[in-house]
Design a protein around this ligand. Structure first.
Ligand code: TRH
Length: 396
């Protein structure tokens, strides 16, 4: 198989953090896995800097973690095309760059154009994975690369060092204490159920928070900065300011059995630690959705809302595979909780709280299932390895 000498990853940030998060994780993985020159071209450096605060804000070019991070502007000098060009989420690549790729016919091999698609559990994914499509104008093929949970898909981003990092964190209580100290809080009281909340605006939030506040057991809800924060603040009757407002950061608000902690937006690697420390994780989009699975804890996914409810199809497709092997008396309330959390319209009053009260006492069984699921999902292979193999085979 031909060695891959260079990668260019092109990332247009639509909104939120996911596009930048997936591309940053991919670029770091490619550099670590292959040692090849890896450039991440990104149009919104701020989104990336929030995920990796070590990066210098606004610097058009810098290197970190084996990746050369370049600001993607209309006047950027892209230089020679790389062996492999990743067009993330179909955001496209610069026209001049595509023409340069097409002009490489004198080169030993013509660069490969990979369109990295969004993650979905829908059954059609494996059939479409890896299919070529001729460029409408240039003598170039684009290959559609689909992440996925099943064999025959591109797999999931899962860096080799992940398990060791997680086990090291879980084995050492001092690391958990350090996490809270660095986030500006004391560790939660022993025995309190820790729930992390990351999501989009959500009308179902109040009902769940109320169930926790009026419940028997102590619940600590850790709420890093996100679009869900507003709903939490409204429930607590406090002004959260705008999503980016930090006023509420570092605040602890108590209501009955519920303690809400407003956390700052954490560095991506720190966010992993929150997922590992928590008993339940509420996540969203794509990258946190996958990280929650690798955290091997029960979780609830808020799919990125899409037109015509396309996200509900994605949600149901994932629920179908995730709940396989789960006892029906757990699968039914879990699905109800997820549907309630993703409902475009509010569910019958109490439905989300009822689902929660059926699940809350079953933490051990749900965690066991989460562990079994993580092992199952990992069988589709690490996306970085699958991608490098896919490319090396086509660059023969
Ligand atoms: O930010 P998102 O909603 O991104 C979304 C999705 O990717 C969606 O598929 C895409 O269509 C849309 O953007 C445009 O959710 P996601 O994918 O989970 O990305 C969030 C990232 O932020 C993830 O890497 C976790 C990280 N994160 C931190 O680093 N620190 C934090 O404190 C929190 C809460 C998250």
């Amino acid at each position: 198989m031909r060695a891959l000498r260079s990668f260019d990853v092109f990332c247009r940030v639509v909104d939120n953090f996911g596009d930048a998060a997936v591309c940053w994780r991919l670029a770091r993985g490619l550099a670590a896995e292959t040692g090849a020159q890896t450039r991440l071209w990104i149009d919104d450096l701020d989104a990336l800097q929030a995920l990796a605060p070590q990066l210098a804000a606004g610097r058009p070019q810098q290197s970190f973690d084996g990746v050369e991070i370049c600001q993607w502007t209309a006047h950027a000098d892209f230089g020679l095309p790389a062996d492999v060009v990743v067009d993330a989420f179909g955001g496209g690549i610069p026209d001049a760059y595509a023409e340069a790729m097409a002009g490489q016919d004198s080169a030993p091999v013509r660069p490969l154009w990979i369109v990295l698609e969004y993650l979905s559990a829908e059954p059609w994914v494996a059939k479409h994975h890896g299919l070529p499509s001729p460029h409408p104008r240039l003598p170039l093929e684009r290959y559609f690369f689909f992440p996925g949970f099943a064999a025959g898909t591109g797999g999931l981003l899962r860096e080799a060092a992940l398990s060791a990092r997680r086990e090291k964190f879980l084995r050492d209580p001092r690391k958990r204490e350090a996490f809270w100290r660095d986030a500006g809080f004391a560790p939660p009281a022993p025995g309190a159920r820790l729930i992390s909340l990351f999501g989009y605006e959500n009308p179902a939030a109040a009902e769940l928070l109320d169930a926790w506040a009026s419940g028997e057991e102590a619940v600590v809800a850790a709420v890093p900065r996100s679009r869900l924060r507003g709903d939490v603040a409204v429930y607590l009757g406090i002004d959260a300011g705008t999503e980016n407002a930090t006023e509420v950061s570092d605040q602890v608000i108590r209501r009955g059995s519920l303690e809400v902690r407003f956390l700052p937006f954490l560095a991506q690697d720190r966010y992993d630690e929150l997922l590992w420390a928590a008993d339940w994780n509420f996540v969203r989009g794509e990258d946190s959705f996958v990280r929650a699975q690798w955290a091997e804890r029960p979780f609830v996914w808020h799919a990125y809302p899409q037109k015509e409810g396309a996200h509900v199809t994605k949600l149901e497709a994932f629920l179908e595979i995730y709940c396989r092997g789960l006892a029906p008396e757990l699968a039914a309330p879990l699905a109800a909780l997820w549907r309630g959390w993703n409902a475009a319209a509010p569910l019958p009053a109490g439905a989300t709280a009822r689902a929660w009260s059926a699940l809350a006492p079953q933490g051990a069984a749900l965690e066991q299932h989460a562990c079994a699921w993580a092992a199952q999902a990992a069988k589709s292979g690490d996306l970085v390895r699958n991608l490098t193999k896919f490319c090396a085979e086509r660059l023969e």
